[in-house]
Design a protein around this ligand. Sequence first.
Ligand code: KG4
Ligand code: ZN
Length: 336
Amino acid sequence: MQANNAAINILAIESSCDETAAAIYSNGKILANIIAGQAVHQQYGGVVPELASRAHQQNILPVVEIALQKAGILKTDLTAIAYTQGPGLIGALMVASSFAKSMAMALEIPLLGIHHMQAHILAHFIDEPRPLFPFLCLTVSGGHTQLVVVKDYFEHEVIGKTIDDAAGEAFDKAAKILGIPYPGGPLIDTYAKTGNPDAFKFSDTKLPELNYSFSGLKTSILYFVQKQMAQNPDFIKDNLNDLCASVQKAIVKQLMHKLIKAAKQTGINQIALAGGVSANSNLRNELALAGKTNNWDVYIPKFEYCTDNAAMIAIAGYHKYLKGLFEPITSAPFAR
Ligand code: KG4
Ligand code: ZN
C-alpha cells in the first residue's frame, strides 16, 4: 500500500529516556506506534544515561523502519519529521535529534522539534473525545509533576509543580525501598490491587498553593520500613501488598488534592491526566470519581499513550506543522 500524496505524513521519533520509539501519523490517524524498551537498566535499579544512549543508537534504525513498514508509507512520502527536543537525558536526546536532522535533510522536508511534556498533554488530541481549550492537565511522569492550564496546542501555563521528586520518581523510589525492581510504579500498582490502602499511614509535606513535594513521603516510608524490619526482617515480604496500596494511596491523595484545588481556583471543569503515572489505576479511578462529584469532563489517556511513546510526538508534530512552526537544522536538544 502506498500513501496518498495529498496526505500529511509525519514520522515522529522519541528517545528522551529509556524508550526508543517511532510513530507515523497520517490523515488524522496513528498508523504505527512502535516502542523498543531497554531491559539493560533493570539490573542497576534506574536508567544509566550512557547505556540508554547506546541502546537508542542500536534501536533507532530498526524502530523507524518497522514503523514505516507497518504504516505502509515510503520514506519519500513523508511530509515532515518530528523528534523530541527535550527535556530528557542529553545523550539520549541527541540520538533522535541527529537521526531526524539527517533524514529531514536528505529528504528535503521540514523538521519539527517537540517538547516532551507538551507532547504528553497533546496525546489527548490523537483520538476522540478531545478536550476543549482551556483545560487543566495534571501531568505526571518520571521527571515531572505539573498542573498545567492548556490554553491552546502550544500555549501551556504551569500553575503548580513539584519542588523535589516527581510523582513517578516517588513511586520508583518507594519501590526501591521495598525491593521492587525499576521502574517500580507499574509493579506497585499491580501489588496494590490486592492490598489494604489504609494499612499504613505515612507523613508527607504539605505545601501551600498548588505545589507538590514527595521527598518527605519517601523519607517517611524509609524510616517506617527500617523500624519495622528491625523487629521483623520479613516485614516487607509479609506486608508487600498492603505497603504498596498504602504508598499508592498517599501519592495519589496528594496529586488529587492539589488538582481539585487548581480546578476550583481556575474555574476550569475540563480536566485531563497525562504522563507515565496516568497509567496508575488508582489515580485513574480517583479522577473519574472526582469528575462525577465535581461535574468535570474528564479525559484519561489510553494506556498506550500514558508512558513514553512516539504517537504523542507525532500529534504534537502535526499541529506544529499546521502552524508552520519548523525547527532549524542548527537547533540543539535541551536536557531541562
Ligand atoms: O512519562 P514516562 O513514561 O517517562 C517520563 O517522561 O518520565 O513516565 C515514567 C514514570 C515512571 O516513574 C513509572 O514508574 C511511572 O511513570 N509509571 C507508573 C505506572 N506506569 C508508569 N506509576 C504508577 N503506576 C503505574 N501504573
Ligand atoms: Zn514522558
